[in-house]
Design a protein. Sequence first.
Length: 259
Amino acid sequence: MKQRFFKRLHEDIRSFMDRDPAARSKLEVFLCYPGYHAILYYRFSNLFWRKGFHLIARFVSNFAKVVTGIEIHPGATIGRRMFIDHGTGVVIGETSEIGDDVTLYQGVTLGGTSLEKGKRHPTVRDRVIVGSGAQVLGPITVGEGARIGANAVVLKDVPEGATMVGIPAKMVMARGRSPDDDFTAYGTPTDDLPDPVAKSFESLRSQLQALTARIDGLERDNQELKRRGNGARETMNNQEDSDRGQGGEEDPLTRTGND
């Protein structure tokens, strides 16, 4: 168990080397990275938590928050090779569950929305990236390989491989991901990312065009009905004039008899 514990710590350092091009050496990560320090303190506080020493675990966790600016509850479940970049303001709640190879940026909150004692924080599957300032709230599940864009507010389950942006977060890209997919910094792809605002305007433009075409058709139908009505009215007037003209002429025999 001791060997496995220190192997985890070594893996954590390796994850920082792999995902941060600014990291020059393992010693630099060990000495200078608050994200790594927060994970290191979490490993010890979680060990105390699982052994039943809750007060000591909370003390270590609180000390880590003061030192690193990152708050990780010792009761949270965190997998292997988690990478916290920059880290200031990251909050991970007690019942959060985080898989392997997850990346969190500064200001991320994995928070609860309930006062109940049970499961109230998110479950984040393997290889998820959560961008800076994103809020993932409630006992929801973020599917494997998903990307949460910066400052997004996620309140519902996220499908596997989806990219979520906005407040509240909406899916703008859905695609399957494999473990070998390229790393996406801040959870926001920069290539071929759909713009939800532009998409909304395009939808409104299409609806406006459809309504305009429908109005034009109704106006043509109305003009046709008016034309037919005018033609029928003119025919009726001509018929009345014709009948009136025929009724106004006297029979020549009748006129002679009167004379």
